[in-house]
Design a protein around this ligand. Sequence first.
Ligand code: UD1
Ligand code: M6R
Length: 680
Amino acid sequence: MCGIFAYLNFHANKERRHILEVLFNGLRRLEYRGYDSAGIAIDDSLSPLHSTSSPPPLVFRQAGNIESLVNSVNQEITNTDLNLDEVFYFHAGIAHTRWATHGEPAPRNSHPQSSGPGDDFLVVHNGVITNYEVLKETLVRHGFTFDSDTDTEVIPKLAKFVFDKANEEGEQTVTFCEVVFEVMRHLEGAYALIFKSWHYPNELVACKRGSPLLLGVKELDQDKSNNHVFKDAHFLSKNDHPKEFFLSSDPHALVEHTKKVLVIEDGEVVHLKDGGVSILKFERRNGSSRPASVERALSVLEMEVEQINKGKYDHYMQKEIHEQPESLTTTMRGRLIRGGGSRKPKAVLLGGLKDHLKTIRRSRRIVFIGCGTSYNAALASRPILEELSGIPVSMEIASDLWDRQGPIYREDTAVFVSQSGETADTLLALEYARENGALCVGITNTVGSSIARKTHCGVHINAGAEIGVASTKAYTSQIVVMVMLALAIGSDTISSQTRREAIVDGLLDLPNKVREVLKLDEEMKDLAQLLIDEQSLLVFGRGYNYATALEGALKVKEVSLMHSEGILAGEMKHGPLALVDENLPIAVIATRDACFSKQQSVIQQLHARKGRLIVMCSKGDAASVSSSGSCRAIEVPQVEDCLQPVVNIVPLQLLAYHLTVLRGHNVDQPRNLAKSVTTQ
Ligand code: UD1
Ligand code: M6R
């Protein structure tokens, strides 16, 4: 939800045109995080490095996506004759793409939010300020007037209030960083913030609590070392070397510029000034809390620019569906032991869990916690985890666990599943489980994310960047990781060794099977053509594939905007059967596993009521599933039962994709959604 970005060039001549392009491209990379409005702030004219102030910046804000902002800025530039060739030796620009929480998408609610006339302080914000009403009342009493409906507007106004007060009191030397520290002391909620002020030309201050933020550094002269560890507070000490700094909500907007990054921690304030970076954090000493310098090291991003480009595909969702054979291979890389026989059994090795397996095996219960697709992936993996571990596994939707304050005990292992690792509901549930003493295990795609850092241990799914808002390749990689988790926990049980080895073989062959099922692309496009005008699609599944029904329906509704519902087939007779007639399309998952015969009866009962069926079955079963009535059969390769959900979801992902394109909707940025749901 929301993406923030900043670009600061130091001792490096850059045209205004270039600065704008860097800011716009940063926003394009972050657009998947929120896309209902956007804005930027840049400098008006040349500002000398050591002047005490410079003219107020130029602020552009627009409702709609990034391209609407780009068009409106271009229009404004034409109208005002703003010189795009003007060269800046130093410049600090900030940018924002928004997913509305407080106030409709409109220029006045877009960021940067301002301290008021004169734009003394400008702020871009990702997150939610929960005590903004109280702060607003106080600021109104001090004469501030508010123009937006946002929670964010209190922040720049508070900065101005702090700055003015310090100046009134004669503290001429109040630094930008001190202003932000004081502001931060008053804020409650979750936030990542970047501040710009003409009182502090060519400086930026960023801070965070709860929402993600990274700093990227690019030195423009000869770059000799990869990893900088500095002993003093200024890990990139002030020097005159030309360089560029980038601040971003996630690495996608950094990787095309630099791989040298710093993941900013909660409570830290980062000050970019005079070519140096200083990081400060509140430290409690002698009963009072004061800012103290922090030593940090840059790390190297493990991401390639190609990962975040669409390549030969029209949409990210399409690319991500089709790259699943490769993403699954990467997920399993180095984690499968291809042995055989009693001396060296085939097994899995999850580096992040090996020291914790004993504790997990002793758990009274394993609780899977997640939202949306991540929840569905956990549901798909529950049966095999129960089977191989013998431990009861319960399922929790993160927001529901938190709402009910459901019981979590010290003897529990709580497994948090999240692609982004930043989902607010899942994070709250994680804090809750930690407070209750459970062992917290993370399963996430994002190294350095809040969930990866706050869990006691975990497994990265290594599926590569997923940019389409609809989760596809992360889902299949999550299932594979959780199947590997089940294998690892159950690895001390001799009686299940044959079963475990068969699953390891199944995992090794899984990318090939997914490659095979992807050949259904055209067939799913034809099916989408048939369903294009439908109002609704039901999906029935059970056992391992109850999750496939839920996830297939979620994909269809989320991107194609067609109503769709995943239903446990065992529940059909308890209500949903009433919906069945000759018009409503119904997909039934009936691939071969322990539930196959039960699904055959479901198909017969639906045929008996003239149901309009699409049946997903194992290769060679098309004739038998249509023997009791006409239906469209989709044949998929058969794999080990616990891996079948990985294969079965692929045709439904393709169906959702083609339905969306044919119905003319935005595939990668579905209406009202955002990739990373960082608000409750
Ligand atoms: C790690 C390295 C990988 C290297 C491999 C070989 C990282 C991120 N991974 O992979 O580059 O090739 O060793 O030795 O450096 N964790 C959590 N919560 C989570 C996810 C992970 O706490 O949600 C922790 C794990 O417990 C572990 C660490 O993060 O301590 C890395 O996890 P993971 O990447 O899954 O470990 P490996 O597969 O061993
Ligand atoms: O990043 P997370 O996996 O925690 O996200 C959870 C859900 O918001 C997410 O899976 C959502 O349901 C997807 N957009 C569905 O495709």
